[in-house]
Design a protein around this ligand. Sequence first.
Ligand code: XIL
Length: 300
Amino acid sequence: MSTADLQSRGGISQIVNREFDCVTPENAMKWDAVESARGQYNFREGDILVNNAQQHGQKVRGHTLVWHSQLPHWVSNGHFSAAELRTIMQNHINATAGHFRGKIYAWDVVNEIFNEDGTLRQSVFSSTLGKSFVADAFRYTHAVDPSAKLYINDYNVEGINAKSTAMYNLVKELLASGVPINGVGFQTHLSLGQMHQDLQRNIERFAALGLDVALTEVDIAVHLPVDASKLAQQARDYESVFRACLAVPRCVGVTVWGISDRYSWIIQFSQGNGAPLLFDDNNREKPAYTAVKNLLSGHH
Ligand code: XIL
């Protein structure tokens, strides 16, 4: 969620604090938010979220330490040597994970490092440091906050495909080299009616490696305009997503990427689509909310 959900978006903070036992900042802990200038840190927004979570007994998923996007220009265009960039990454991790030490249930240590074909995405990190930045990021984070569960997170890895298989091979390799990685995050940004039939099987293969799996950014975009039959389909899709996670003991949680449809990132980022969340523009519970609620009450 956004910090604004807690502060200035009437009614949403009540929903957050009533319905959820784990929260994650939508933007407040990203590199551009916490270290927009080198060595100058700003954790204000993150602190608001963490404090609110602590007051309400919620866990916090930290998002995210190393990502090619929402990365300040001083990092992406800095033309640093490998040694310098490694130090910059380590300093960023030390400061950020250090600031929140002991308060974060899980960190998305690296985010979106793969291309769709499973090759390593080109970024300032991969091109300057090669693949080693991944293992290093996990080691640095573990050193500064040993109690946080450390995740690799990505999108389009929900089904069994080239990208999720590359992720599978990489985490296997990391585990074999003793890198402190605890979990895999499937972002799970889906479109209506496109539920992956092999989601559960995919979760299971990662779980079989001894890792936790979390669905970290779930939303299910509807092609606008919304109507009752689309909302009913959306409810079925949400239910399938939650069922897949509930079916696997190592699938530890589902995070939805926002509360109210009104403020979802989908409106801005996916032309013609919207209404992807559990609460509508006026914070009313949607059929998807009811479906998830019923499913989860059956499980308690
Ligand atoms: C999105 C936020 O929701 C937007 O507010 C922001 O403008 C861009 O980033 N994958 C991720 C998230 O890991 O951090 C992204 O969040 C959505 C895609």
